[in-house]
Design a protein around this ligand. Structure first.
Ligand SMILES: [Zn+2]
Length: 400
């Protein structure tokens, strides 16, 4: 059982609302194992209060009575579970050349997917809203509780994208504009690396966990969840690690010299190597082009490992997660292996080794995390979702 806590942005501030969140979080974390008496014991709330709150949550169709558990004496225990038949959420990912949206239930079951190809310069709030509206056209009115949109860039609390270089977005009120085009549905915008970090927490048994995601794509970033809460920093720029000094002399697109992105972003690692060179590298060939690619991979791995050990020393994290386009890149496994080899050399005596692993759902992590973000913002809880990446890969595209 995980530690119960209030998330920073619940829906209301009264004690009753806080207790609602506490009970809902308890039921969500227990996953069909708790009766009302267990909820009372775990939350410390009086049994009568729990019964009253559960009745209300059932009426709001957030919780339902599930299985019965026989007891030696007395009536069977009625187990509680999340009601995933009513409230729907949408997770949206905006990534190079594509808007991808999924409609999910409260427990993370994907019902429908919509994708639309676009050039980065063509992606606007109205393009995103159009994809979302397609996805929602056969849903009942009032069933969609919130939309989470994951985007690259620096995102404020208010759905305002402060800056996203690749999309030429600056001070763009993404959340409010999509909401206006989607009948006023609540829209919550989140940075994509942060979305991956939230998906890892939602999929873990520990909803109060600490997760650091390293995002590698066109740029390099990090998503940080500390004790179950997204850490966004003083100006929403937490995780902007792509522009830390990596001690090289290359000029970065930000104007500075020697940024980590210049050697560890996906295009920097690939350099001029085409598919054939990558194939020869993976097959263990030895020629000038393969050696040059190999050097770029190990150089990126070395600097990433250096950064991870700094983060580990700062935050006391031992496991890091790779998210973003690099998770589906053929060079991804080699990069992760080299990072782990470099990290293994820096283990302090008596402490667990630092490791980097792939995100649980690979490329689907972003959409999933965006939906988890919307659920948390709307209900104040981090719902423990269940998912199967393989199954998810096979979901047919419902609408285009
Ligand atoms: Zn830079």
């Amino acid at each position: 059982m995980t530690q119960l806590r209030f998330t920073q942005k619940g829906t209301k501030s009264s004690i009753r609302a806080r207790n609602d969140v506490l009970v809902l979080q308890c039921v969500a974390a227990a996953g069909s194992r708790f009766a009302r008496s267990d909820v009372a014991r775990h939350t410390g709330l009086p049994a009568a209060t729990v019964s009253e709150i559960v009745a209300d949550l059932i009426e709001r169709r957030l919780v339902r009575e599930g299985g019965r558990q026989a007891q030696r004496v007395g009536k069977p225990r009625v187990l509680l579970e999340l009601d995933d038949t009513h409230h729907l959420f949408v997770g949206v990912q905006v990534t190079g050349g594509r808007v991808h949206a999924s409609r999910l239930t409260l427990t993370g079951r994907v019902e429908q997917i919509a994708t639309a190809p676009h050039q980065p310069g063509e992606v606007t709030p109205s393009v995103i809203a159009k994809t979302v509206r397609q996805l929602l056209r056969d849903t009942d009115e009032g069933s969609v509780a919130g939309i989470g949109v994951a985007v690259p860039g620096i995102v404020g609390d208010d759905g305002l994208i402060r800056a996203a270089v690749n999309y030429d977005w600056s001070m763009l009120p993404m959340g409010p504009q999509i909401s206006e085009l989607c009948d006023g549905l609540p829209v919550h915008v989140v940075n994509d690396a942060n979305a991956v970090a939230l998906s890892e927490v939602a999929l873990s048994v520990d909803s109060a966990g600490t997760v650091v995601v390293i995002w590698i794509g066109t740029g390099v970033g990090a998503g940080i969840v500390l004790d179950g809460r997204l850490y966004r920093g003083a100006e929403f720029r937490s995780g902007e690690i792509g522009h830390v000094d990596a001690g090289v002399s290359l000029r970065c697109r930000c104007g500075l010299i020697g940024c980590l992105e210049t050697i560890a972003a996906q295009p920097s690692i690939h350099g001029d190597a085409d598919e054939a060179v990558v194939g020869r590298y993976l097959a263990g060939a030895d020629d000038a082009e393969v050696r040059a690619l190999g050097e770029r991979v190990t150089r990126a791995a070395r600097e990433l490992a250096r950064l991870l050990s700094t983060l580990a020393g700062t935050l006391d994290v031992t496991q890091f997660i790779l998210g973003g386009p690099m998770t589906s890149d053929p060079l991804g496994p080699a990069l992760v292996r080299h990072v782990n080899e470099a990290l293994a050399l820096r283990v302090m005596s008596g402490f667990a080794p630092l490791t980097l692993r792939f995100s649980t759902l690979g490329t689907h992590s972003v959409v999933f995390g965006a939906a988890a973000h919307a659920i948390r913002q709307e209900l104040g809880v981090m719902v423990a979702m269940t998912s199967d990446a393989t199954e998810r890969d096979q979901i047919p595209t419902g609408v285009r």
